[in-house]
Design a protein around this ligand. Structure first.
Ligand code: PMP
Length: 307
């Protein structure tokens, strides 16, 4: 029977057996950094393709540096642990891997120094996060994105996700699928768990890495596919909220969200309504690539055979 599996305190075990001390520092102060990696199930081959797993661990290492964590295993070991985890769990469907580096000392006192850190990961089934087929309805959130001068958003710190949770639940309570955050200066930043792209005059436009975004791996994937496969350039620049009301197309990207087309923002139809032509072409390309069906991008996909 496939079962959610964990790598915890240097051992592999079912998630149900991985128990964390309730005094663990990270639980109380948000002092952990994490990643989200997808394993995309290819039914024809019986293989789960882990997407850009090495890039995720490179970002995790950068996040660790910001939180003064020095004990993360090297990238090769992390990649091997991840493949073994997916193989042990045995799911024949799309999965999500959650690596977490955390301040593990069971002690009181808010700080980053004089604490141990440890690494854990688990894998669990995970289908679509947003309605990719139909497109989604979003609102501009009343919550602003945390600034680099407060908590650096380029680090995937667990504590920051209170910001995202406020945005997501406000959107949900008001009947939308997702919320879009503005920065403190009023420019468009990102969704609660996704980067944003608009299409303007046939080009892609997205906020730059200096705009308090999490610099997404899917964002980089889409910029590469747009440039190399469709000849479409991406402009990284600040975006005003009102530009989202007049753009030709608008979509979100993220490991969980894949490429999610936005069909409505703040009760205004995006473009002509429905999924725009450039978004559609990018989605087709992207889904082939992440399922290991495009040989040109094979190095982005780590195969794990599930028997
Ligand atoms: N922004 C935020 C706040 C996120 O949580 C995520 C999801 N990791 C993203 C953007 C997209 O990043 P990625 O494409 O690397 O998953």
């Amino acid at each position: 029977m496939p079962t959610p599996y964990a790598y915890f305190e240097q051992e592999f075990m079912p998630v149900s057996e991985a128990k964390l001390n309730i005094m663990t520092h990270a639980l109380h102060y948000g002092t952990a950094v994490f990643e989200g990696i997808r394993g995309n199930w290819n039914e024809d081959e019986g293989i789960s393709y882990l997407f850009r797993v090495r890039e995720h661990y490179k970002r995790l290492r950068r996040s660790c540096r910001i939180l003064k964590m020095d004990h993360l295993p090297d990238e090769d070991s992390l990649c091997k642990i991840t493949s073994k985890l997916v193989s042990l769990a045995g799911f024949k469907e799309d999965v999500y891997i959650r690596p977490l580096a955390y301040k593990s000392t069971p002690v009181l006192g808010v700080r980053l120094h004089d604490l141990n850190d440890d690494f854990l990961a688990f894998v669990t089934p995970f289908g679509p996060y947003l309605d990719i087929e139909k497109g989604i309805r979003v609102c501009t959130s009343s919550w602003r994105r945390v600034e680099d001068t407060g908590i650096p958003a380029r680090a995937k710190v667990t504590g920051i996700y209170v910001n995202s949770a406020l945005v997501k639940t406000e959107a949900f309570d008001n009947g939308y699928d997702e919320g879009i955050m503005l920065n403190e200066d009023g420019h468009v930043c990102e969704g609660s768990g996704e980067n944003v792209f608009m299409v303007e005059d046939g080009r892609l436009v997205t906020p730059p890495s200096s705009s308090n975004i999490l610099v997404g791996i899917t964002r980089e994937t889409i910029m590469t596919l747009a440039r190399d496969e469709l000849g479409i350039e991406t402009v990284e620049r600040e975006i005003d909220r009102s530009e989202l009301y007049t753009c030709e197309e608008f979509f979100l990207t993220g490991t969980a969200a894949h490429v999610s087309p936005v069909i409505e923002i703040d009760h205004r139809t995006v473009g002509e309504g429905g999924i725009g032509p450039i978004t559609k072409r990018l989605m087709t390309l992207y889904f082939d690539v992440v399922k290991g069906k495009n040989a040109k991008y094979a190095e982005w996909c780590t195969p794990v055979v599930i028997d």
